[in-house]
Design a protein around this ligand. Structure first.
Ligand code: PNS
Length: 162
């Protein structure tokens, strides 16, 4: 079985993430979507909330599962027997960073490779940062957060935004 891991912060999951997840699930036998810790970011939603959103967003994809992991991505991949990481890229800035991350992850486990999926043009402006900003200013998240996760995101955001 060809297993791939799609890691990220997913704070919260967006329609751009979901598009990459659906496309990767069509290529690999099994896709593990893993919420991980990005040491450079302070999350807005808790790990448990983000996992709930992600599970709701991908429930229609039979070969994809959402999990969380607080450790090193390369270790998690090895534990899962997954030799491929999937990253979505929106442009050169994303690619520059993800290219470096691919080298680092391969350095941690020589058998670990990274494949890149280009974002669709209609999703280039969509990001978790944008979704959080829309929440702060009480703007609609339609077309930004997957429909399946929308109610849970709005509920979790209550009390976090003034
Ligand atoms: O959605 P993001 O924030 O760009 O995702 C980045 C993430 C969480 C995938 C990255 O920070 C990560 O892999 N974190 C786990 C720890 C790790 O393995 N870091 C890389 C080697 S030091």
């Amino acid at each position: 079985m060809n297993t791939a891991i799609l890691p990220g912060s997913f704070d919260p999951v967006t329609v751009g993430h979901l598009d990459i997840i659906e496309r990767a699930a069509a290529v690999f036998d099994r896709l593990i979507v893993c919420i991980m810790v990005n040491g450079g970011k302070r999350p807005f939603f808790s790990m448990e909330e983000r996992l709930e959103f992600l599970r709701a967003a991908i429930s229609h994809i039979p070969n994809a599962q959402a999990v969380q992991c607080g450790g090193l991505l390369a270790d998690f991949a090895r534990e899962q027997g997954a030799r491929t990481l999937v990253k979505g890229v929106r442009g050169c800035t994303d690619f520059d960073w993800e290219f470096q991350m691919a080298q680092i992850n391969r350095g941690l486990w020589q058998e670990l490779d990274t494949v890149f999926f280009p974002a669709q043009e209609k999703h280039l402006h969509i990001s978790s940062t944008m979704a959080r900003e829309m929440l702060r200013y009480r703007q609609s998240l339609d077309g930004c957060v997957p429909a399946g996760a929308l109610a849970a995101v709005l509920k979790a955001a209550e009390g976090k935004v003034r």
